[in-house]
Design a protein around this ligand. Sequence first.
Ligand code: TYD
Ligand code: MG
Length: 462
Amino acid sequence: MAKTRITAFYCKECGCETSKWAGQCPACHAWNSLVEEPKRDRKVHTDRYDVLAGQNGPVPIRDVSSEEEYRIEVDSKELNRVLGGGIVPGSLVLIGGDPGIGKSTLLMQTCAGLAQSGRKILYISGEESLRQIKMRADRLGTDCGSVCLLCETNLDRIGEVIREFKPDVAVVDSIQTVYREDIASSPGNIAQVRECTNFLMALAKGLSISIFLVGHVDKEGNIAGPKVMEHMVDTVLYFEGERSASYRVLRAVKNRFGSTDEIGVFEMTQKGLRSVENPSQYMLSGRPHGVSGSVVSCCMEGTRPMLLELQALASRSSFGNARRSTNGVDYNRMNMLLAVLDRNVSLPTAMSECDVYVNITGGIKVAEPAMDLGLVAAVISSAQKLVIDEKTVVFGEVGLTGEVRGVSQTAQRINEAAKLGFNRVIMPRVSLEGVDIPKSSIKCIGVDGIAELVVALLGAKA
Ligand code: TYD
Ligand code: MG
């Protein structure tokens, strides 16, 4: 007798199952997150419990060995930093990113380095043929010869190969292409993605093999599939960057074995990805000289300071409604800063009557409030056609009353500016107290409010 296909609705966010569709998930209240899929067989969930197999009962915490977890170091300093010092054996790492951003390239390069140091590496691809992978490997200019390849999408078969081959590190490119036969939905559906991740998790923990999963992203830039997948894995990394620009940023959004503050900066070259060890220098290359509307600011990416060029263009609006556009900066934050600027500084044309465009060059996105003062300085510079001396760095947070508030890690920011040859820093006055100013000839000017900023900028006129 033919089996009827019974379907149910599953929430992409929390995995909750309901028999009827609704606009909002009854469990987690996410909107528009229910999708119809064949009803799951309960028995497929059993793998989940394999992860902790071998642990017998409760253990007092003092008896648990506190030795530093052993890590497998990879060639790339940047990837090591983002992973928290290397790959933890038995960990499951998910790397998401836009198509063509370089996920497969990054992993192939990592695998090549590991294979050269004598590790057993298995690269499983469900997206490309052996020849295509070899073509990429040939471009990389590094010896990928000992990396073993497998083109397979059937997860049971992948499991068998991994158990037999016992690699130190395996890559599954991508999780959306693999499938389990006992689940009726097609590859990439939430049930498949969830159960496949579960299976690989059990495998990684059980055999102490580190597994990297490549994940596709959806329209909004989130990893496609259920949110629970991100909860299951140990580390979630996002590989970001403008397709048109050659730099790429690898960012950890979750890391059970390290900090999520660190970023890795790479450059895509003809021979694969190259680590960028001095991002400030890289971000500032190609700066225009002697123009208004450009200023250098300093943001912190984890423990690393990074100098960036902020650009603004303010011109009188020809329509009733002033246009605003931001690139790399939060739009609402920018609107707020423009309103604060209007209230506190008298400019040739009020900002409410100006079209304002703001850009962080290099295509990087920054959400740190310490960029506020730099943004305000760039807008003032553009509105007043004031060219700011190119050896000046401006940073600080701006509050609603126009006050300039302190920021953290001031000393690191000043040091980075001094290291790159800047000789003047305009910063919050409160942050100046107790800061060790480097021996070099850098001059730090503290400001309390944005009205004072204008005076400081006039002093820093080119
Ligand atoms: P790829 O790793 O295939 O991207 P993903 O797996 O994230 O989809 O990288 C694809 C892009 O990188 C492709 O557009 C070509 C470019 N690329 C280089 O510029 N140099 C190189 O050496 C390689 C291998 C790729
Ligand atoms: Mg790929």
